[in-house]
Ligand binder design. Structure first.
Ligand SMILES: [Zn+2]
Length: 148
């Protein structure tokens, strides 16, 4: 079982260093890296321009980053949004909303995943929790913007 090694520039990953201070272990110095898009992790030894991928992930995933959202639908239909505030005032029952990418500052912590998705609220993106909508599959490329 060989280790995958990938050049930092290859595979379309979005690598971020995880540790603050370089790790020294077994006479090796390395930094831990994680791809913010697909979540795979690896080690970069010294100032090497490549990353040794941790574990044994699917080779296709290493060679070509696929953002891991865990969702296979494009839109949601609101059932009962409990969030309060102007930004949520367009999330009325039965309104349909296009899922949008998370704001950059939340893309690591609150991404589009099984627990919730981002849609455009009034004036700003908002995240809707899984119990507040049902998935709408297909390609309905429209957002419903209703202002009170
Ligand atoms: Zn990736």
């Amino acid at each position: 079982m060989g280790k995958y090694i990938i050049n930092l520039e290859e595979g379309n990953h979005n690598w971020h260093k995880v540790n603050m201070i370089t790790i020294t272990k077994n006479k090796q110095m390395y930094d831990k890296y994680k791809c913010l898009k697909c979540g795979i992790t690896g080690k970069r030894h010294g100032l090497s321009d490549s990353i040794v991928i941790d574990g044994n992930p699917n080779k296709d995933k290493v060679n070509n980053c696929i953002e891991e959202t865990g969702i296979n639908y494009t839109n949601i239909k609101i059932t009962n949004c409990k969030a309060i505030g102007k930004a949520f005032s367009n999330l009325l029952p039965d309104s349909i909303h296009l899922i949008i990418p998370p704001p950059i500052e939340y893309k690591d912590k609150y991404k589009n995943d099984y627990s919730g998705v981002w849609v455009m609220g009034v004036g700003e993106p908002v995240r809707v929790l899984k119990e507040e909508f049902i998935p709408v599959r297909g390609m309905i490329r429209r957002t419903v913007l209703l202002y009170k």
